[in-house]
Design a binder for this molecule. Structure first.
Ligand SMILES: [Ca+2]
Ligand SMILES: [Ca+2]
Ligand SMILES: [Ca+2]
Length: 485
């Protein structure tokens, strides 16, 4: 500058010094494009303001950048003629490009080069969850550990994760992951590697497990010896087992199956087919689920059911419209699964023709009477009476010969008591029991009822049971439904 004539200095100051040129920019001296080839970026020219803004990537060396430009007129920087694509300049601070026309007019541009933001180092997995079934994951950003607990029983071999990340890509075993799409096997821990824009990476360890099970059901229960199946009332959680008469209940082994983790009785672990228990009183079998929750089943084992067919009026003078069967509880009786079965002895083998289920009646206390009868039969107030559907009609019970009444235990699958009257019936078939049954206790049946005399067939003395129908039952003229014979 020192060597420039004064008038040129004045001209320069007047025409080309930003920010506000005194003279308007020359239309004949214009910079119309400005870019760098390396790095390849375009500048933004503001003709009004006389500025060029160029952003280069972070890390770019701006001290020797070569501009590629188009201009009308000649272009100089600090008096040095510029050749597009050849002349390098130091853009550490704004550089003045001056375009000059042959008419002496000129336009000055301030070229500012700024560096872009450095590439991000962000590489966090900010959320992680499973779909189908849905389960949220817990992400620990300090340890880079992710834990997901799936519902019990979930197959971990092919699960799809949905995740969010601040990185630019995520891989598992070098496989690019797409949130909500990529399937992975989570039976083992998986490393999710998140890459940041700056090339750095971070591995998150994803551990997936399943919730402990809540199942806790005794699905079958019976005795090993004598072999007998129990009946599970799942709603009441009562299991009834009826062993044969005379079975010693003090040490029996149960055979059972259960869901859940384990089964215990009085705190003692039970092994099906192995562990013996004293069943003389009801026992609580406690089933514990994997999650620690428990349910308890009360197991009631009985040896024989103390229920007798005590009296029957199967035939009346004239129309049979007041028939009845009287049952007597010689001890406490749980009627669950017990039925009165009526058997026709007129065919061979004898065949069931009617059945009255008694299970819904609950229990009978020792000494109680239960009368199955139609509306014409009255019983004492302390006796129980049940009228099966259809028993308001006459002729519900066959008169013989060789017909039988049987009290059958469908749980223990055996006869509790049976009486054949007016003959014998050693072969009979009833529903739900494949083998033929002997419907007569002893070698001869109870006597026949009469259709000319009022009376019934009853145990005499009352509740006598020697196991012989002909010895235990007599024809009695007194009708005593619901009371002692
Ligand atoms: Ca009859
Ligand atoms: Ca009679
Ligand atoms: Ca009676």
């Amino acid at each position: 500058m020192k060597s420039l004539p004064l008038f040129l200095v004045v001209l320069f100051l007047a025409a080309c010094v930003p920010p506000a040129p005194i003279a308007p920019p020359s239309a004949n001296a214009t910079l119309s494009s400005f870019s760098f080839a390396s790095p390849a970026v375009n500048g933004e020219i503001d003709q009004g303001a006389g500025t060029v803004h160029v952003e280069v990537p972070a890390g770019t060396d701006v001290t020797t950048l070569v501009a590629v430009f188009t201009a009308t007129g000649t272009v100089a920087v600090g008096g040095v003629a510029q050749v597009s694509g050849e002349t390098a300049n130091d853009f550490s601070s704004p550089v003045e490009y001056r375009a000059s026309a042959t008419d002496g007019s000129c336009t000055s541009y301030t070229v500012s080069v700024v560096k872009g933001a450095p590439p991000s180092a962000e590489k966090a997995l900010t959320s992680f969850a499973m779909t189908q079934p849905a389960a949220a994951g817990a992400v620990d950003q300090e340890t880079h550990a992710i834990h997901v607990t799936m519902p019990h029983g979930t197959d971990l071999t092919s699960l799809v994760a949905v995740f969010a990340t601040t990185g630019i890509r995520v891989t598992v075993d070098d496989t690019e992951q797409q949130s909500g799409i990529t399937v992975n096997d989570f039976t083992e821990a998986r490393a999710y590697v998140v890459y940041a824009a700056d090339g750095s990476s971070c591995a998150y360890t994803v551990v997936v497990d399943t919730a402990p099970g809540t199942d806790k059901t005794l699905t079958s229960f019976g005795l090993l010896a004598p072999a007998c199946a129990g009946l599970i009332d799942e709603e009441a959680r009562i299991i009834r087992v009826r062993a044969p008469d005379g079975t010693d209940l003090s040490s029996l082994v149960a055979v059972f199956s259960a869901t859940g983790a384990h089964v215990s009785v009085l705190g003692r672990e039970q092994t099906s087919g192995v562990t013996a228990n004293d069943f003389r009183a009801p026992l609580d079998y406690v089933v514990t689920a994997e999650d620690g929750s428990q349910v308890s089943y009360t197991v009631r084992v009985s040896a024989g059911v103390p229920l007798l067919i005590n009296e029957m009026d199967v035939d009346q003078v004239g129309t049979d419209n007041a028939e009845y069967v009287e049952l007597y509880a010689a001890g406490d009786v749980d009627l669950a699964g017990i039925a009165l079965v009526l058997i026709n002895g007129g065919v061979t083998p004898g065949a069931e023709y009617a059945r009255i289920d008694l299970g819904h009646l609950g229990t009978l206390a020792a000494g109680a009477y239960l009368v199955i009868a139609g509306p014409n039969v009255a019983v004492p107030a302390n006796a129980m009476k049940v009228t099966p559907a259809g028993w308001e009609s006459s002729n519900r019970i066959q008169n013989g010969p060789n017909d039988a009444l049987m009290v059958f235990d469908t749980i223990g699958d055996r006869i509790i008591d049976t009486v054949t009257y007016a003959g014998v019936l050693h072969r009979a078939l009833i529903a739900g029991h494949a083998a033929e049954l002997d419907a007569t206790e002893g070698s001869a049946g109870a006597p026949a009822d009469s259709n000319t005399l009022v009376g019934s067939i009853g145990r005499s003395p009352n509740a006598t049971d020697t196991g012989r129908n002909n010895a235990d039952f007599k024809f009695n003229p007194a009708l005593t439904p619901g009371g002692p014979n």
